[in-house]
Design a protein around this ligand. Structure first.
Ligand code: HEM
Length: 256
């Protein structure tokens, strides 16, 4: 008997030993990598064009009306480099925003459909009972900024899984629904949604809060990508292959 996998695709994705003794393990299929990078571009354009739109009336309120007096939050004037276009232009900003909103929706639907059909969400992102039992240990590792770089790094840790799921299933859909509710083109569901959300100004504020949560996520996400080994992480999201140490090595704060 040999250990050669029956399916040639499995053989192509089996572990490979690298020259430095680490093991290359298959981590991200092509559709995850493509949808991830399209999502990054879409989110950046949406955030920048959204800030330009916000500058047309840089104040947020709760309820139905914008009274101009007593806003819930007054936004300071933002520098041009944060916005798309870089000068105040509501019409152009809305064109960018709506075009990329649809790219974001189509891409998100493609990710979710493949994620469910190929059982990616269930197998890769859904925490197992053993993950949940290790919650405290993983939190302690994060607090110390120490992350395993050995066999345990073959899968996402429980905090990664929960955070990715929260983004995919809660924050990104919240951004979409609050955005759709304000769209005149979606009057039928928009009207109902607006009522549920407590009025147009509440929807606008919730849309802004979801954008803020996405910015918070991206700062921590990219921070951890850099802290835990930018080259290895980026290589995994570009080629699919991710290097780990064999066996069980001491936890490291540095590149994994
Ligand atoms: C320049 C910005 C970004 C960089 C450099 C980046 C990089 C990465 C990398 C390297 C991974 C793989 C992590 C690993 O294998 O441990 C990853 C996964 C992921 N990223 Fe990002 N990311 C960025 C922006 C975003 C944004 C804007 C979102 C969503 C709003 C996002 C959502 C995700 C999700 C959900 C995963 C897990 C995907 C899956 O396995 O299905 N990322 N990212």
């Amino acid at each position: 008997m040999t250990d050669v996998p029956a399916d040639p695709k499995d053989a192509a994705r089996a572990d490979r030993v690298r020259a430095d003794g680490r093991i290359d393990t298959w981590r991200h299929p092509g559709w995850v990598r493509i949808t991830h990078w399209i999502n990054v571009i879409a989110v950046v354009v949406l955030l920048m064009s959204g800030l330009n739109i916000l500058m047309a009336h840089p104040a947020l309120y709760w309820g139905v009306r914008s009274t101009f007096a007593d806003p819930w939050l007054q936004i300071p004037t933002l520098p041009g480099w944060m916005m798309l276009p870089q000068v105040r232009d509501l019409a152009q900003a809305r064109h960018w925003h709506f075009l990329f909103a649809w790219i974001f929706v189509a891409n998100g639907l493609a990710y979710l459909t493949l994620g469910v059909l190929l059982r990616w969400l269930a197998q890769r992102l859904w925490p197992t009972p053993s993950d949940l039992r290790g919650f405290g240990t993983t939190v302690a590792e994060h607090v110390r900024l120490h992350f395993p770089n050995d066999e345990r790094a073959r899968t996402y840790n429980v905090l990664q899984k929960l955070t990715y799921l929260a983004m995919i299933l809660v924050v990104l859909p919240m951004m979409l629904l609050t955005g759709l509710s304000m769209s005149p083109g979606f009057n039928a569901i928009g009207g109902l949604l607006l009522e549920l959300l407590g009025g147009r100004q509440s929807a606008r504020t919730l849309h802004f809060i979801s954008a803020g949560l996405i910015v918070g996520f991206v700062v921590v996400h990219v921070g951890l990508v850099i802290w835990t080994g930018p080259a290895n992480n980026m290589r995994s999201m570009i080629t699919g292959w991710y290097a780990i140490r064999s066996g069980r090595a001491p936890d490291q704060g540095g590149p994994r």
